[in-house]
Design a protein around this ligand. Structure first.
Ligand code: M6R
Length: 616
C-alpha cells in the first residue's frame, strides 16, 4: 500500500529512484512522483497513473542531484490525481515528503494550519504532515538546521495519530535524508557509500549489501558519511544490521508474460521449498524448529486461533480442517480485522497463528499485537523474512516462496496450505496419529511437487475453458471440507483479476438459497476430488444440472462418473484428501488468469488493489 524509495549517495538519484519505484509498483499504482535536491532547491515531478506515465513525463529531463525521495501511491485520502500524488511540499517548499499510511487527525491539523495562513495544494493527509514539520522547522530555535529539522519532525510525529512510513528531504539541510516509521514498513539499505530507504527490501536488493529493518518508532537520519537510528519509543532496544537475503531479490518474469502466470508456474519449486528439510522420514513427522516450542509445549495446545486476511485466511480455513482432522485440536479462523476488535474468550492454552505473505498487513499486525497484549502465544506463517509480523511473533514458519509480485496471491497460498499440513502432521504425531498414517502423509507431501507440475500442464485446457465461459458475468464455486477454503480462494482469484462476480460456497449450502442463482448463464465450478464427501458433491451437481446450470468440475483422474454430470472436467492426479487443496486450487488460479487476459484486464495490477495492505 504505497511504496517509498529514497536515495542518498554519490550517484545521480533519478535513475535509481525510478528503478526502485518500478520494483515497488505492485504496492500501489495510481500515481507516482520523485523529488530531488539539486544543490539549491528541491524539484518535484509527479503524475497520475502508472510509473510509465511519470517516466514519459520526465522524458529526457534529468533532475540533477544525489539525494532524493520517490513514491508510488495507492490512494486513501484524495482521488488519484497529479495534485494528490506524492511527494508533497511544506508551505515554503523547502521540505519534501513521501508517506505510506494514514494520518487520522489530519483534518484537525489542517484546519489549525489554515488558520495560520497555510494553503494546501492537495486533499491528502500527507501534505498536512509536510506542512506541520515545515511549520515547526520555521519556529525552531536550534542554530544547526539538522537539529532543527529533527526536532520539528519529532514534535510533529508526537501530534499525529495514525500510521506512517515516511522519507523526507529539506533544501536547507542539503545532505540529509530522514525516515521514520510507525505501523508502515521501512527498511534502510546500506550500499557502498550510499544509503536507501524503501518500503520493501526487494527494491533495495540490487543496490545494498546490508539492511536494517526499522522498528516502529524508529527515526533514521542519513548523511553521506553515516546513519543514525533513534527510537521515539521507549520500548525499542537497538537495531540489527543484517546481510541482504538474496532470495528477496526482485523476481524477473523469466519469459512469462505476467507475474501471476510465472508465480503459478513457480509452484512445484515453492512447494518443495516449503517442506525442504522439514520432514523426518524415520519418525514420520515434521520438524518446525522456527516455532520455538518444545514437544511438551506443543502438547499443551488446546485450541488454535488462526488470523489472516484474503487468501491468507482462506489458507487458514484449509488449515482448520487439516489440524482438526490430523491433530484433533479445535481451530477457529477469523478475519484479522474482526479479531482485533472482538473480545473472543481465549485461555492460556490457546495459540494464535497469524498468516501473512507480506508480513505487513495492517489488520493482521494489529491483531497480532492485540493477541500479545492478552498474553497469548502468537506464531506466524510468513513469506517475508524481516517483516513486521515475522518480527512481532514469538516463532513461526517461513514459506520460502520467494518474492510474490502479482497482486493476486497464488504461490503463497499453496505454501501456506503446505505449512498447515506440516503443522497438522507434527501436532498429530504428538497425539493420536499413527506412524503408518504419518508415513503416508510424508510420502504424499514428497510427491506433491511432481503432481503440481502435472496439474500445471492443464494450462492450455483451462485457457480454452476460460474462452468458452468468458461471457459469463457470474461464477459460483463449490467445495466441502478440505475444499471449502479452496472454493473461497478460487472465487477471490476470479473477482480480483477479472472483475467478474464470483462466490465460494460450501457445496451443501446450495439448497439453502444459492440455488436461486442457477441458470444457463451462471457456471458452477465444483471441487470434487475423490474424498470423503465425493458422493455428496455429485448429488449437488445433479441438482444444478437439473436446473440447466453449466458445470465445470475439478476431479480426480480416472473418475468416469463425474463427466456424466459435469459439462467440463479438469482432472488432477490422485492424492490424499489432505493434500488435494494444493492441487485443486491451481486450475482455479489458471482459470482466473486466463479469464482476466481474455477480458483485457491488467492481471498483475488489478484496479483499486495493492499487494500489501498496510492501512486499516
Ligand atoms: O500479505 P498478506 O498475506 O497478509 O495479504 C493478505 C491479503 O491482502 C491478500 O491475500 C489479498 O487478499 C490478495 N490480493 C489475494 O489474492
Amino acid at each position: 500500500m504505497c511504496g517509498i524509495f529514497a536515495y542518498l549517495g554519490k550517484k545521480k538519484a533519478q535513475p535509481i529512484l525510478l528503478d526502485g519505484l518500478k520494483r515497488l509498483e505492485y504496492r500501489g499504482y495510481d500515481s507516482s512522483g520523485i523529488a530531488i535536491f539539486d544543490g539549491t532547491k528541491i524539484e518535484v515531478v509527479k503524475k497520475k497513473g502508472r510509473i510509465s506515465e511519470l517516466i514519459h513525463l520526465l522524458g529526457k529531463k534529468q533532475l540533477d542531484g544525489r539525494v532524493g525521495i520517490s513514491h508510488t501511491r495507492w490512494a486513501t485520502h484524495g482521488i488519484p490525481s497529479d495534485e494528490n500524488a506524492h511527494p508533497h511540499f511544506d508551505q515554503l517548499r523547502h521540505l519534501s515528503l513521501v508517506h505510506n499510511g494514514v494520518i487520522e487527525n489530519y483534518q484537525l491539523l489542517k484546519q489549525r494550519l489554515i488558520n495560520l495562513g497555510h494553503t494546501f495544494q492537495s486533499e491528502t493527509d500527507t501534505e498536512v504532515l509536510a506542512h506541520l514539520i515545515g511549520h515547526y522547522y520555521e519556529l525552531g530555535k536550534e542554530d544547526d538546521p539538522t537539529a532543527r529539522l529533527i526536532q520539528a519532525l519529532k514534535r510533529s510525529l508526537k501530534e499525529i495519530s495514525g500510521t506512517y512510513g515516511i522519507a523526507l528531504i529539506h533544501s536547507e539541510v542539503p545532505n540529509l535524508l530522514v525516515g521514520a516509521r510507525r505501523g508502515s514498513p521501512l527498511v534502510l539499505g546500506i550500499g557502498n557509500e550510499e544509503y536507501f530507504l524503501s518500503s520493501d527490501v526487494t527494491a533495495i536488493c540490487p543496490y545494498a549489501h546490508k539492511v536494517v529493518y526499522l522498528n516502529d518508532g524508529d527515526l533514521v537520519t542519513i548523511s553521506s558519511e553515516t546513519f543514525d537510528i533513534q527510537s521515539l519509543n521507549k520500548t525499542n532496544n537497538g537495531f540489527e544490521i543484517r546481510d541482504v537475503d538474496q532470495t528477496e531479490m526482485s523476481a524477473s518474469l523469466k519469459g512469462f508474460p505476467h507475474y501471476m502466470l510465472k508465480e503459478i508456474y513457480d509452484q512445484p519449486e515453492t512447494i518443495r521449498n516449503a517442506f525442504r528439510g522439514r520432514l523426518i522420514q524415520e519418525e514420520a513427522t515434521a520438524k518446525l524448529g522456527g516455532l520455538n516450542m518444545s514437544p511438551q509445549e506443543l502438547l499443551r495446545i488446546e485450541r488454535i486461533q488462526v488470523i489472516g486476511c484474503g487468501s491468507a485466511r482462506h489458507a487458514g480455513i484449509v488449515g482448520e480442517y487439516l489440524i482438526e482432522s490430523l491433530a484433533h485440536i479445535p481451530v477457529e479462523v477469523e478475519f484479522s480485522s474482526e479479531f482485533r476488535y472482538k473480545n473472543s474468550p481465549m485461555d492460556r492454552h490457546t495459540v494464535v497463528i497469524a498468516v501473512s505473505q507480506s508480513g505487513e498487513t495492517a489488520d493482521t499486525l494489529a491483531a497480532v499485537k492485540e493477541a500479545k497484549r492478552k498474553g497469548l502465544k502468537v506464531l506466524g506463517i510468513c513469506n517475508r523474512v524481516g517483516s513486521s509480523i515475522a518480527r512481532e511473533t514469538e516463532g513461526g514458519v517461513f514459506m520460502h516462496a520467494g518474492p510474490e509480485i502479482a497482486v493476486a496471491a497464488t504461490k503463497s497460498f499453496t505454501s501456506q496450505v503446505l505449512i498447515f499440513t506440516l503443522l497438522a502432521l507434527l501436532l498429530g504425531r504428538l497425539r493420536f496419529l499413527s506412524a503408518r498414517e504419518g508415513h503416508e502423509i510424508v510420502e504424499a507431501i514428497e510427491a506433491l511437487p511432481d503432481q503440481v507440475a502435472e496439474v500445471i500442464k492443464l494450462d492450455p485446457q483451462v485457457r480454452e475453458l476460460a474462452k468458452k465461459y468468458a461471457h459469463s458475468k457470474r461464477f459460483l464455486l463449490f467445495g466441502r471440507q478440505f475444499q471449502y477454503g479452496v472454493a473461497l480462494e478460487g472465487a477471490l482469484k476470479i473477482k480480483e483479476v477479472s472483475y467478474c462476480s464470483a462466490e465460494g460456497n460450501p457445496s451443501a449450502e446450495l439448497k439453502h438459497g444459492i440455488i436461486a442463482l442457477i441458470d444457463q448463464f451462471t457456471p458452477s465450478i465444483f471441487l470434487c476430488p475423490k474424498d470423503g464427501v465425493y458422493d455428496k458433491n455429485i448429488s449437488n451437481m445433479e441438482e444444478i444440472k437439473a436446473r440447466g446450470g453449466p458445470i465445470i468440475a475439478i476431479a480426480t483422474e480416472k473418475d468416469d462418473l463425474v463427466s456424466k454430470v459435469a459439462d467440463e472436467v479438469l482432472y488432477i492426479p490422485n492424492a490424499q484428501e489432505y493434500l488435494c487443496p494444493i492441487l485443486t486450487v491451481i486450475p482455479l488460479q489458471l482459470f482466473a488468469y486466463h479469464l482476466a487476459i481474455i477480458l483485457g484486464k491488467d492481471v498483475d495490477k488489478p484496479r483499486n488493489l495493492a499487494k500489501s495492505v498496510t492501512v486499516e
